[in-house]
Write a protein that binds this ligand. Structure first.
Ligand code: FES
Length: 78
């Protein structure tokens, strides 16, 4: 049986203690609606889900030092 989300144009992959990966067309804006993505042609974005990034809302890799344990908390298998 096909997953009804297979045809969705945008995919968001959430890692509980790490990055949130967005694939597909999306417009990321700040709280005032101002665009945050300098490259409009970019088809994937990685947002910080751990709170440690110095470049929020984007991931800067600090989650690796924050002790991300993606194997134990991976919700994609749920
Ligand atoms: S998820 Fe926070 S720095 Fe990568």
């Amino acid at each position: 049986m096909a997953n009804p989300c297979d045809t969705c144009p945008t995919k968001i992959c959430c890692n509980p203690k790490g990055p949130i990966i967005i694939e597909g067309d999306v417009n990321i804006v700040d709280k005032y609606g101002r665009p945050l993505c300098p490259d409009k042609k970019k088809k994937s974005h990685v947002l910080c889900g751990c709170g440690q990034s110095l470049n929020k809302p984007f991931c800067d890799g600090k989650h690796n030092k924050a002790g991300s344990d993606d194997d134990d908390d991976d919700i994609s298998d749920a």
